[in-house]
Unconditional design. Structure first.
Ligand SMILES: N[C@@H](CCC(=O)N[C@@H](CS)C(=O)NCC(=O)O)C(=O)O
Length: 220
């Protein structure tokens, strides 16, 4: 019997509904495979309290609950969804392994320098050395984007049809939109736009925006 799926997200979104919190990638995966889900919103205080820490040892969102299964880490959650439902991983075993490789590449090679930029801006921006360090942080991102751009070339997706690897890579690259760095690589910018244009992404984005955007913004 299929169990209801519940994911957690911030009760109050730091980005005001821009879709950068990581519940968006889980919503996107569930929309791609056509699985309904429910949301549970968690306050910043509740994130660090025992009930949530029992689900997520690091006191973060998102978590994923389905029957007696509870998961944390978006890589694991999206892989779980992709393995159980058609639509995010190819049937061919080798192509499937390559799609999973791109998920890991997104999370362990591309995301860390991007997160470093977020940390540099939001948490270290007032430090005396912040301005001096910023070019280094940005160059580390550019080094990876150059390589990724070279590999993607003129292709639509990273390895054949759209997969969970693309879902994760686009989700990670979306974090660079505010800085503009991704727009320095036209094929990557177009790749991100293709991801954002997918109906499943649109549904996921709108669902989170409806929760967080100021009332006047919601009608747009
Ligand atoms: N590696 C984790 C990172 C999770 C994460 O950093 N979540 C952020 C929101 S996007 C969070 O909960 N931040 C609040 C905190 O760490 O207190 C994943 O991919 O799920």
């Amino acid at each position: 019997m299929a169990h209801a799926i519940t994911i957690t997200a911030f009760e109050s979104s730091p980005d005001g509904g821009k879709g950068l919190a990581r519940d968006t990638r889980v919503r996107w995966a569930l929309e791609e495979v056509g699985q309904p889900y429910e949301m549970r919103l968690v306050s910043f205080r509740a994130l660090k309290e025992p009930a949530h820490l029992a689900l997520h040892p690091f006191g973060q969102i998102p978590t994923y609950e389905e029957g007696d299964l509870a998961l944390f880490e978006t890589g694991s959650i999206v892989l779980h969804i992709a393995e159980r439902h058609a639509g995010l991983l190819p049937a061919d075993a080798n192509a499937r392994a390559r799609a999973i490789t791109w998920m890991f590449a997104a999370l362990s090679t591309i995301e860390p320098p991007i997160l470093d930029l977020v940390t540099a801006k939001l948490l270290e921006g007032d430090k005396p050395w912040a301005q001096e360090r910023m070019p280094l942080v940005q160059e580390r991102i550019r080094a990876r984007l150059k390589q990724l751009s070279a590999r993607l070339g003129d292709a639509e997706w990273l390895d054949g049809a759209f997969s969970a690897g693309d879902l994760m890579m686009v989700s990670v690259l979306l974090r660079l939109k505010p800085s503009g760095i991704v727009f320095e690589y036209p094929n990557l910018a177009a790749y991100v736009a293709r991801g954002e244009a997918r109906p499943a992404y649109q549904r996921a984005f709108e669902a989170q925006r409806a929760l967080y955007a100021p009332t006047g913004e919601r009608a747009r």
